[in-house]
Design a protein around this ligand. Structure first.
Ligand code: CA
Length: 249
């Protein structure tokens, strides 16, 4: 399976700084997105450091043959990064309380291994069906999961805030990571994004841009960011698009 990838990050319309970070190694099938939080520039430090550390920890992973599965490599790398961010936040006063979301994808020949922490998301468009592959680690989502509310809409009406994370990289000694794997089909389109996109656009609006085959992948990424900016762009906006194609990677 071959992979076509487009990445775009933008500070949006309102914020002075961009606390989101993207990276990876598309040729190796590695894609990473992080959305940092914390005062001053701590959020930027947390997200960019997380992306950089994961890139170096996972470089050459496809060639690894030491009996350790890719799942374990990925989980270990994320725990190492979590520990580093937490230590930094405890040692440096400006970085106190910093953290970041994370969504990371590792494309192999036939499957996608993906892990996430926080409210950055992974979606998939396959044969006209657009679905969210990740469940947000937010207080509002946890309350719905626990049955406190029947739906996100009901929790919103009761005044529960949407932007409080229940998990983040850097906030606990051991981070609880969601890890899943899905089989790939040819012509799947995967979207990794920060909440600066999903806070401004409905899933239907996102889907209609992804289904516009008059645009190439980079133009679709641009259109997603531009649309979110037109809707207010109150937060940093980051997208990674990855389309699977027939052929050798
Ligand atoms: Ca954000």
């Amino acid at each position: 399976m071959k992979l076509d990838v487009a990445m775009r990050t933008d500070k949006g319309v309102v914020r002075e700084q961009n606390e989101d970070a993207v990276g990876g190694d598309p040729d190796a099938g590695l894609l990473i997105l992080a959305d940092g939080m914390g005062g001053a520039n701590a959020g930027e430090v947390a997200s960019s450091l997380t992306v950089e550390m994961l890139m170096s920890q996972l470089a050459g992973l496809g060639k690894a043959d030491d009996g350790v599965s890719w799942r374990e490599h990925l989980l270990n790398a994320i725990q190492d990064v979590n520990q580093a961010i937490q230590e930094l936040s405890q040692q440096v006063s400006e970085y106190q309380g910093m953290g970041t979301t994370l969504v990371v994808g590792l494309f192999t020949e036939h499957s996608l291994l993906y892990a996430h922490v926080g409210d950055s998301r992974l979606y998939r468009l396959r044969a006209g069906v657009f679905e969210q592959m990740t469940t947000d680690h937010t207080m509002i989502q946890e309350m719905v999961n626990l049955g406190d509310f029947a739906s996100i809409e009901q929790a919103l009406m009761a005044g529960v805030p949407t932007n409080v994370l229940s998990r983040a990289i850097g906030s606990e000694e051991i981070v609880d990571i969601d890890l899943s794997e899905t089989e790939l089909d040819i012509d799947d389109l995967y979207l990794f994004c920060s909440d600066g996109l999903t806070g401004m656009m409905t899933d239907d609006e996102i889907q209609s841009i992804l289904e516009n085959r008059n645009l190439d992948l980079m133009q679709q990424a641009d259109e997603l960011v531009d649309f979110a900016c037109r809707m207010g762009g109150v937060d940093n906006i980051t997208v990674i698009l990855a389309r699977t194609m027939a052929g050798d990677s």
